[in-house]
Ligand binder design. Sequence first.
Ligand code: AGP
Length: 601
Amino acid sequence: MCGIVGYIGNQQAQPILLDGLKRLEYRGYDSAGIAVLRDGKISVRKCAGRIDQLRKLTDEKPLGGTVGIGHTRWATHGEPTDLNAHPHTDVKGDIAIVHNGIIENHVALRRHLEGQGCVFISQTDTEVAAHLIHTLYRGDMMAALRETIRTLSGSYALAVLNENEPDVLYCVRLGSPLVVGIGQGEMFLASDIPAILPHTRDVLILEDREIAVLRRDGVRVFDDLGNEKTPAPLHVSWDAAAAEKGGFAHFMLKEIYEQPEAVAKTLSAYVGADGFQPMLPGAPDRVEFIACGTAYHAGMAGAEYFAHLAGTESTAHIASEYRYRILFPRENQVVVAISQSGETADTLAALRKAREMGAHTAALTNTLGSTLDRTVEKSLLTYAGPEIAVASTKAYITQVETLLLMAMDLGLRNGSLTSDRVQALLSGLRELPEKMEAILQNRDFLQQYCDRHLHERLMFFIGRGMDYSLAMEAALKLKEISYLPCEAYAAGELKHGAIALISDDTPVIAICTQEALLEKTLSNLRETKARGAETICVCPQRFAQQASREADIVWPVPDADEMLLPLLVMLPMQLLAYSMAVAQGRDVDKPRNLAKSVTVE
Ligand code: AGP
């Protein structure tokens, strides 16, 4: 999705803006631009394509000045063209804005503004906001922005330059994130924290309908009635290096290799010498997870954990479905929204619906200060550090781990688990990082496999119970970065239709972590082998011998408690997707059509 950066200080704005945009590239975009204010004059450089193309433009015609805004656009209204790229200006060009989100009443506003003589040159909803602010501005920018908030509907984060106020950078948000970075004699603005990490780790997270006024010596924040507020800055523990590649070919590979450390950090955040830190409050008799994509798959695993370890009814829901579903509220239920970014529009909308029906709400997110983190009764963080690659890996693993810990904590409190069982699981968790390292050290076999299977027509991932959720995640990883068509199926369901797709060019990968279901899944694998499929089984070492009787290939992972195996078997699946994408020459970190954080419905 789109990204915003802004700067006001004593340094040249252009390199800071371009560097910030580069750091936001991972969000997904198709055009980019910057505007810089100098000597009371705004100048814009923008183009379709990558930041490198924008750099060429600014190398040819640099923009001097110490105040500026920048944007990466992910097209929603109008194609990714030079004209549609942000920043957009009003008729006279004395106001320039960048915008994230969608202005829903842009058609009516456009008509109205055209009636007032505004000439539009782009197809975007954003240009409407530029003209609107210009027509509302009568020498008082705060008043114009307050009126803008009243007029626009939809979601937006706006950063605004005004030639009449050359030493101020304005911004306002509703439903789209914006953070202000606090420096010494300089202020930064971004839609996402990694963009400003090289400059400062002290940030102000703006709330909906707040207007921030950035000057070199400080920032003031006002509500939409003009009352000044005094929000407390947050100190972010991530450093800039955590959001850089650090010698790895791709962010995704780096993030896969960071998983042992992320698992250890998350464990120590929630389990101390005297037991569990407070996790889910109370003793709910139903737990529902709402999430999208990979986070939904983590929720599916969480539902298994709550059933197995806490004896609690639990279901995972796709957030975009849940928000329109007829719900049957129960008094003692908790709805847990899971989201790496904490800004996914569908998840936030589903959460609102859950709250409206009177459920207690909790969040599991990787992003401190995100909308999700700030809008629930109980927010739990994952300690994965910044995840830059669009394909989620370490965030997913730490989500699954935290859900396991939540279920263990509840199971211990409601008597479903003995403390001996909890201690055994905790010591297994402490051994996990080492076992994960062992898997990561040996990935050559995957390369060989990918070289052989580069041109498969279709691939299947199968599993039962918990393993079905893992199969779903394995398939999603492969789809999103290698674009290889693949299906995830509940193993027992194959024979009810999809087995018709199986032939000798459809490899089938079975994930087997649960002893009670091993024989059943292997027999489904056998059925696909009988129809010509090459079969692979991913399982713990202790199942390897039995699996090798049915599967052509066995990819074993180190033995561990059944409840911990999901955290191990997903590693070869992530590496498989990565290796396949590299072998296909894909843009691993920024797959086509995808965005890191999906802030529109
Ligand atoms: C993960 O690999 C995907 N890019 C995607 O499915 C993602 O998990 C989904 O969009 C939800 O994002 P969130 O965790 O930030 O809410």
